[in-house]
Design a protein around this ligand. Structure first.
Ligand code: ITT
Length: 199
């Protein structure tokens, strides 16, 4: 069964393919490249789950196939949960990881060690052309450091050190990040529902 991954974020696409392949769910995953008629989906929801479902429904309707989508972000305690759903466009333009990370670091430069807690959150959505939908959540808690470290992952990974480790998620191997990440957790929870929806 073909399933469309409803994302234009290259970092996410790599991780989603890996996580779903690892889970053994019997599907053929395709990206959005084969569907030029599906335009940008406006993320007008106020939660990760709402936005993930908006993207999954738009792509399921546009492709006539099962679609899965990820909406995710970094929630910083000292910023009352921001950037949250605005993580991809925190510095203005969409998806400039370096500018987003640098702006966030500047905004929390006065926050002392010990108050730099944050978590990544992910909502994983599945939608069918019939309108049937499922959503699952995942999170990983940690702290934000002051100087970026590591070249793996994407986005805010170089400044995020998960609880129980001393490395950033950008210093971990792919397998190590997937095992603890918000995305790994959300999509592993969605897998039984994908398996159920596959004819
Ligand atoms: P799509 O909507 O096309 O999937 P997007 O990048 O716009 O791509 P989101 O609105 O869900 O997706 O924004 C996710 C942002 O949150 C992403 O750009 C990063 O800044 C951040 N983020 C999410 N997961 C992350 C991770 O595993 N590591 C680092 N940063 C992450």
């Amino acid at each position: 069964t073909r399933v469309v991954l409803a994302t234009r974020n290259a970092g996410k696409l790599v991780e989603l393919r890996r996580i779903l392949a690892e889970s053994g769910v019997p599907v053929e995953l395709v990206g959005l490249d084969g569907f030029p008629e599906i335009g940008e989906v406006a993320e007008t929801g106020s939660t990760f789950a709402e936005n993930a479902l908006l993207k999954a429904h738009a792509v399921a309707a546009g492709s006539g196939l099962l679609a899965i989508a990820d909406d995710s972000g970094l929630c910083v305690d000292a910023l009352n949960g921001m950037p949250g759903i605005f993580s991809a466009r925190w510095s203005g333009g969409h998806g400039d990881d370096k500018a987003n990370l640098n702006l966030l670091l500047a905004q929390i430069s006065d926050v002392p060690d010990g108050r730099r807690q944050a978590h990544f959150a992910c909502s994983a959505a599945l939608a069918l052309p019939s309108g049937e939908e499922h959503v699952a959540e995942g999170a990983v808690h940690g702290v934000l450091i002051r100087e970026p470290r590591g070249t793996g992952g994407f986005g805010y990974d170089p400044i995020f050190v998960p609880e129980g480790d001393s490395r950033t998620t950008a210093e971990m191997s792919a397998v190590e990040k997937d095992a603890i990440s918000h995305r790994g957790r959300a999509f592993r929870a969605l897998v039984p529902l994908i398996a159920q929806a596959v004819p």
